[in-house]
Design a protein. Structure first.
Length: 345
């Protein structure tokens, strides 16, 4: 009954825009299509997600099976086996379609016996990841944390990271410090298993990792000193930063770009934007292998769940609505959109 009522509402809404009105925007058709589930073809779809939010495979599985009994998803055994790839890493395939479904943050993860919370400035982050700051007793680090008694202990930088995390933090620390510097002690490791790296971190070590994986592992994450105040990477600050991205659609691919001069927006339900956490990376959902309506249905269903808050619950931040609608249009390409009822004059 609920589905039928939604179909009627969609039809009425579209009917009011027909006849002599201008053509219906594609974005409105996509929004209306999301009010009912489009199951596409039957099938079993293999999905890979980064470990920090891989639980979403099971979170999504039940509602997909309920809405579409002939459609199911399961966790891919290897990256190469995945028909749908959701990750901050580059997809291991020639993408058929790709679009953001969430944002993750670049987190400065540290392990010290003497402190569970520290503050770092852009200059300090640059110094640590370039090797200019090599000991926890460094005067700049101590000045930023007067309440912490740092040991005379070498800083051990864990080199394994991700190029998108590195680029994002390099840009933000450069903005804060006034000049951008290359993090020469970090390297892009496409096969990095961040959860293992976190659990193996020795005392005195520091790394640049996804916030999603740091949160799942219970790792300690540094706060960032900004001109507006000390900033913790939380849902509101990350959402504010995520609204500063622009998007570009090229065929079936949507790419994002951080706009340093953009004005951050407040989180839904709030009136004032938080201080933006600016070192962010998109989690892109990519369709790999053979295209089908079954794969498209799962991909668009994932974006639909984003609107219902089932992505933001896994240490990620949901998309701004206009970006989400654009992603739904690309990932759901080929699935039926609402038909416009004919209106007689």
């Amino acid at each position: 009954m609920k589905v039928s009522r939604l179909v009627v509402i969609a039809a009425v809404s579209l009917a009011t825009l027909t006849a002599c009105d201008p053509p219906i925007p594609q974005s409105l058709l996509v929004e209306q299509a999301e009010q009912v589930v489009q199951c596409g073809d039957s099938g079993e779809i293999s999905v890979y997600m980064d470990p920090g939010f891989a639980d979403l495979i099971y979170t999504w599985g039940e509602p997909i099976a309920t809405a579409c009994p002939d459609l199911s998803i399961f966790e891919a055994e290897t990256l190469e086996d995945a028909q749908i790839f959701a990750s901050i890493f580059d997809a291991q395939c020639e993408p058929i379609a790709s679009a953001p479904i969430a944002f993750d943050a670049a987190a400065v993860v540290f392990y010290l016996d003497e402190a569970f919370s520290i503050n770092l400035s852009g200059e300090a982050i640059q110094g640590i990841f370039t090797g200019a700051i090599s000991n926890w007793s460094d005067p700049l680090v101590s000045e930023l944390n007067p309440e912490v008694s740092f040991p005379n202990l070498p800083i051990q930088v864990i080199p394994n990271s991700n190029r998108h995390l590195i680029d994002a933090m390099q840009q933000w620390s450069g903005e804060l410090a006034g000049v951008e510097k290359s993090f020469t002690l970090l390297k892009d490791d496409p096969k990095a298993v961040f959860s293992d790296l976190i659990f193996e971190m020795p005392a005195g070590s520091i790394a640049l990792m996804p916030l999603s994986e740091a949160s799942i592992a219970g790792a300690t994450v540094a706060n960032i000193e900004t001109p507006e105040g000390t900033l913790l990477a939380d849902q509101q600050s990350i959402y504010a930063g995520s609204t500063m991205f622009s998007t570009e659609t090229n065929g079936q691919i949507i790419t994002t770009k951080f706009e340093t001069q953009a004005t951050p927006l407040p989180s839904p339900g709030t009136s004032e934007a938080a201080i933006p956490y600016k070192a962010l990376v998109p989690v892109n959902l990519t369709i790999c292998g053979e295209d089908s309506l079954a794969v498209r249905a799962v991909a668009r269903f994932a974006v639909r769940l984003d609107a219902q808050g089932l992505i933001a619950t896994s240490a990620l931040v949901a998309l701004e609505e206009k970006v989400r609608v654009a992603s739904a249009a690309v990932l759901g390409s080929g699935l039926p959109l609402p038909e416009v009822p004919e209106v007689s004059n």
